[in-house]
Ligand binder design. Structure first.
Ligand SMILES: Nc1ncnc2c1ncn2[C@@H]1O[C@H](COP(=O)(O)OP(=O)(O)OP(=O)(O)O)[C@@H](O)[C@H]1O
Ligand SMILES: [Mg+2]
Length: 259
């Protein structure tokens, strides 16, 4: 990898929480180097620490050991350089879509703000809906608004934590196409966490597979399939099979109540 193009460097990252006086290791010794403009998908069992990892990259959660650097600068607090989209849209219900997207754009001329907000409304395909309230949008539209709200700050890295998890299968596929369009246009480095292996392959340049308890990087796979990708193609199905195999051979302890 060309070291000059590296954008995000995660070195020996570990995080634990103290729960009932006991130290629980959540993620351990994560190493990831992400190049500018890359699209990384992360998959792993529920509870393996994917959201914790994203929140650390966003500067929302502290870490114990290792380092997380964006263009050489250690991340220790939230900044507009890193945007995040969550599974639920988290739009403010009392603000219109336009005002939700404009929220946090301080120190900006009124006309410039209007222009930037409208550009982003257009980018995510919500033109005509700028003056409606979040409850008047469908789930997919609300997620598009959340993506616009994150992108309006021109982040260097956009973190997507299961952003389409609550959407139906068809809307999900539509949103995947749209996120690719946005990625092509904006060239933002993207890190997507998903439970959906097809989504991970369809979107990612690389797929990172995390193991559980504590969360570590188990495997990195280069997707290497030209875009637009065909989910029914041979190469796609080979990769899908490899990723499923990684999960099923994992020594995954069943909970006590499992029969
Ligand atoms: N603030 C906290 N205090 C204590 N434990 C926490 C805290 N936040 C997360 N955890 C624990 O860390 C582990 C990883 O949580 P995390 O939300 O990162 O998992 P995840 O991989 O995103 O799971 P999912 O796929 O279900 O969203 C879980 O066991 C969770 O209980
Ligand atoms: Mg999560």
């Amino acid at each position: 990898m060309d070291i000059e193009n590296e954008c995000l460097n995660i070195d020996g990252l570990s995080k634990s929480y103290i729960v009932n006086n006991e130290q629980i290791d959540i993620i351990k010794n994560i190493n990831l180097n992400i190049t500018e403009g890359e699209f990384i998908s992360i998959v792993g069992y529920s509870g393996c620490g994917k959201s914790t990892l994203l929140k650390i990259i966003a500067g929302l959660v502290s870490y114990d050991i290792g380092s997380v650097k964006l263009n050489g600068q250690e991340i220790r607090q939230p900044s507009t350089d890193v945007g995040m989209v969550f599974q639920d849209h988290r739009l403010l219900p009392w603000l219109t879509i336009k005002d939700n997207i404009a929220f946090g754009l301080y120190d900006m001329d009124k006309y410039e703000k209007e222009k930037i907000v409208m550009e982003h409304i257009q980018l995510v395909g919500l033109k005509g809906f700028e003056n409606v309230y979040p409850h008047q949008l469908s789930g997919g539209m609300a997620q598009r608004a959340a993506i616009a709200r994150a992108l309006v700050h021109k982040p260097k890295v956009l973190l997507l934590d299961e952003p389409f998890g609550a959407l139906d299968a068809l809307t999900r596929i539509q949103m995947q196409k749209e996120i690719l369009k946005i990625w092509n246009k904006e060239k933002t480095t993207m890190i997507l966490v998903t439970h959906d292996i097809d989504e991970a392959i369809y979107l990612g340049d690389k797929v990172v597979i995390m193991s559980s308890r504590p969360g570590t990087v188990k495997k990195r796979l280069s997707v290497g399939i030209g875009r637009p990708r065909d989910r029914t193609s041979y190469d796609f199905s080979v990769l899908r099979k490899d990723i499923y195999a990684e999960f099923f051979k994992e020594d995954y302890e069943l909970p006590d109540y499992a029969i």
